[in-house]
Each structure stands twice: as C-alpha cells, then as structure tokens.
Write a protein that binds this ligand. Sequence first.
Ligand SMILES: Cc1cc2nc3c(=O)[nH]c(=O)nc-3n(C[C@H](O)[C@H](O)[C@H](O)COP(=O)(O)OP(=O)(O)OC[C@H]3O[C@@H](n4cnc5c(N)ncnc54)[C@H](O)[C@@H]3O)c2cc1C
Length: 305
Amino acid sequence: MIDINEVYSDIKPFGFVLKNASMKDFTTFKTGGTADLMIYPSDCQNAAEVVKYANQKKIPLTVIGGGSNLLIGDKGIRGIVVRMAEDDRMKGSIKELEPGRMYADAIVKKRDFIEYAANRGYSDVEFMVGIPGCIGGGVIMNAGTFMGNFIGILDKISYISNDGNVNEMNAHAGMDNYRGLRLSDAGIIWGAEFTFSKMKKPEEIFGMINEIKADRLKKHPQEPSAGSVFKNPEGFASWKLVNDSGLRGKSVGGAMVSDLHTNFIINTGNATSKDVRSLIELVQEKVLSAFGVTLSTEVRMIGEF
Ligand SMILES: Cc1cc2nc3c(=O)[nH]c(=O)nc-3n(C[C@H](O)[C@H](O)[C@H](O)COP(=O)(O)OP(=O)(O)OC[C@H]3O[C@@H](n4cnc5c(N)ncnc54)[C@H](O)[C@@H]3O)c2cc1C
C-alpha cells in the first residue's frame, strides 16, 4: 500500500495529478475502478522524472492512452497511472518536419493527426480512420485495419525507457507484429515521426475518409466497447468463430456479445469489468470446445479484478 497523499505531493511538480481517478471516465468500455494516482506529465523530462521516482520508491507504474483498448479491473489500479492522452488538461503538438514527414506527440488524437495529414495531401493515414485513441496507443498496439497499420508509416519513436532515460529508436521491419509492436524497453512513448509516400488531393482523401467512417458506422456497434476483443487466429476470423459458436447476443451481467459485430463485447449500460472478463472467458471456452481454436485477446486487461 502506498500513502496516496505523500506520493501526490512528491509527483505534483511533474504534472497535473488526480487522486483516486475513476477509470470509467478514461476508458471507452466505461468500466473499471479507481487509480490511486493519475498524472498528466507536463513534458517529456517530467515524465522521465515520474518513471525514476516510481522506480526509486518501487511504486507500480501503468501507462494508458485514450483507453480504447483497455479493460481495467473493478478494483482499480494501484500506484501511479501516467495518462498519455490529450484532453482539456493537456494539448499535444503535430508538425510537418519536411514534405512527406510528420511528427506527433503521443497524446495527439488519431483523428486530429488524420485531419492534419489529409490537409497536406498524405493519404497513407486512411487506414487509421475510425480507430479511436491516441498516437502512442496506436504505436504500441500497431493499430490498423486491412488497409494498413502503424508500422507501415512509422519512422522513429521518442520514448522514456523503463529506467527513466529519454531515448529515440528507428522503426524497422523486425518490430512488425500483429496488434502490438515489438518495442523492448519503451516505457512511455513520447512522440513519433512518420513518413508518407501516397499523395492525393485533400478533397479526395476527405471523400475516402467519409466513406470509411460511414462504412464503420454501419458495421461497428456504437455502445461502449474496446473494439475487437479477440485477435484473429491464423486462418480464422474471430467474429465468425464467435458467431458460429452460437454466441451472438450472449450476455453476462451488463456485458453482451454485440448483435451487430460478434467480435465486439459491448457495455449495455451497467456492466462491470468482471462481467466483461467473464464473458470473454466464456467465449474462449465455447470456441475452443466447438472448433479447437484458442482465442487470444486484443483487448489488454490491467489492474485488479
Ligand atoms: C469502437 C472501437 C473501434 C476500434 N477499431 C480498431 C481498429 O479498427 N483497429 C485497431 O487496431 N484497433 C481498434 N480499436 C482498438 C483501439 O482503439 C486501438 O488499439 C488504439 O490504437 C488504442 O489507442 P489508445 O490511445 O486508446 O491506447 P490505450 O487503449 O489507452 O492503450 C493501449 C496499450 O498501449 C499502451 N499505451 C498507450 N499509450 C502509450 C504511451 N504513450 N506509451 C506507452 N504505452 C502506451 C497502454 O499501456 C496499453 O497497453 C478500436 C476500439 C474501439 C473502442
């Protein structure tokens, strides 16, 4: 157990700090308990100080972005949560470094990044349309769709290592992985540089963006969720395995396998994280017994359940 007030005073110089922050307010599932302390670091150096402080005091440190791929336990998160997402308390920056190259802070929302790139004629960002959350979370998850993913445009990452040093690394093909880049030692992503090669007129890109948005609106549930729950196992589509196991609309408490897209679990209003996790486990058991296929989760579960 940590002394929340003491840690609050110690880390306050490094950014804006909330005590007992309700994770329901910081995840798209709208579930989860409280984090002892949550900090928005005021800059990269201060983020590094938080990492060093947590190491020195042996306090657990958790990083979250927009919270759109997270299931946080109902008993919350002990220690310090570093929130790497833009909101009224913190604004990120996007820059065009030179033609064909852009930098964005990790806290920048993907949708702002897309708009900035599209206005400059870079159509390589179309794959990101409709994926919620921020740039840092996109990098960590190697987020994407059939149209592409982060590693396809990623050039360089600035980050704070697990021992609190500020570093840079070049992106390379060896990092490529399905829904999660291989990034050793990158505790907090601070910013990322991207290279673009596909140019179109901005109005054409915005036209495509609107088409993708409309298509996703038809296919994806709008209730609180964290997107696709399961990774697609080699040679299978998870939604089909779930559907063919008879689980469309199956619910546990307030959590339900979406009628619209069976790889989504939605919060119908008063779900707890335990409901969601129990439903995930039930789906895994049924799919394994029906098809002999193990479903692993794309959604990341953190905190105490
Ligand atoms: C409706 C809906 C649709 C979705 N559609 C898609 C889709 O089409 N394709 C897809 O790939 N995903 C999709 N997702 C999942 C999710 O939006 C992506 O994985 C997204 O990139 C997560 O970004 P985030 O900022 O919300 O990260 P979070 O969910 O907050 O975090 C995800 C992981 O990244 C880590 N992390 C976040 N920021 C940082 C940072 N700065 N430094 C270090 N670690 C960090 C966290 O610790 C965690 O492990 C969808 C989700 C929803 C709710």
